[in-house]
Design a protein around this ligand. Structure first.
Ligand code: HXC
Length: 256
């Protein structure tokens, strides 16, 4: 069985499912390579407008595969170059929605934080428990978490390894929305459909500017925003969107 499953619930939406139920979807090298490949291909596919990333009812992902790392040395870990595989997800220009049921721990929480929107089920748990096995987060868990929830919530999670509930995660800004467990995937797919109906150049510019701007000085970030805003006025979809508004009809976006 492949470690990830790819489906097209709609022609313009890709559904990526982690598929290691026997290991709570722990991220081994095969999973990471297959994820990187799927996101690289999705980035280049003009027919795709949104990606939903999910696990199963018990686990989104319970972290990097501990058994796969237990006896490794530092150079071996370095030579695995897993940051290049994560980068394929982080740099995907299409909007990514994580649909999280169950455990999102360690690398699983980090994977969810690679998404642009996180929909969580009521029973989901988010945590960075690496400290409990003698390491620390290594795929953004100290940095993306810090930026999402602030120093004091992030430090507590990372230094204790104690997970938070979906509701706690929502209150601290780590998830976009909490829904009933059974509604996670339908809600994520509905959101993907909504975003897929938007003009894709605008969607991609928004994602790029928000992510790049978040780590830039404000003046630089505002300049990035202004340039992207100006750029969109050369798209056919901008003309179509504004004309359709004035003519009181639905816009027909072409992605150019
Ligand atoms: C390898 C894992 C695993 C993991 C679960 N399994 N998590 N295997 N790596 N991260 C395996 C178990 O060994 C077990 O295999 C099977 O999945 C079912 O898990 P159980 O523990 O029996 O289930 P349960 O009692 O329900 O507990 C679920 C759990 C627990 C709370 C998620 O498994 C757990 O604490 N897992 C580890 C979580 C963790 O520490 N994550 C951080 C990893 S470090 P068998 O063969 O016994 O049936 C990390 C670093 C990221 O993520 C760095 C990125 C570069």
């Amino acid at each position: 069985m492949p470690e990830i499953l790819l489906e097209r619930p709609r022609h313009d939406v890709l559904l990526v499912r982690l598929n290691r139920p026997e290991a709570k979807n722990a991220l081994n090298n095969a999973v990471r390579m297959q994820l990187a490949e799927a996101f690289t291909e999705a980035a280049a596919d003009d027919t795709l407008r949104a990606i939903v990333l999910t696990g199963n009812a018990e686990a989104f992902a319970a972290g990097a595969d501990i058994k796969d790392m237990a006896e490794a040395g530092a150079i071996e870990i370095m030579l695995r170059r897993t940051h290049l595989l994560w980068r394929a997800i982080a740099q995907c220009p299409k909007p990514v929605i994580a649909a999280v049921n169950g455990y999102a721990l360690g690398g699983g929480c980090e994977l969810a934080m690679h998404a642009d929107i996180i929909i969580a089920g009521e029973s989901a748990q988010f945590g960075q428990p690496e400290v409990r096995v003698g390491i620390m987060p290594g795929a953004g868990g100290t940095q993306r978490l810090l930026r999402a929830v602030g120093k004091f919530k992030a430090m507590k999670m990372v230094l204790t390894g104690k997970p938070v509930t979906a509701r706690e995660a929502e209150a601290m800004g780590l998830v976009s929305e909490v829904v009933a467990d059974a509604e996670v995937l339908p809600a994520a797919l509905a959101l993907a459909q909504t975003i897929a109906a938007m003009p894709p150049l605008a969607v991609q510019q928004i994602k790029e500017v928000m992510l790049a701007g978040a780590d830039a000085p404000l003046e630089t970030a505002l300049m990035l925003e202004r340039k992207a805003f100006q750029l969109l006025f050369d798209s056919k979809d901008q003309k179509e969107g504004m004309r359709a508004f004035a003519e009181k009809r639905r816009p027909d976006y072409q992605g150019c």
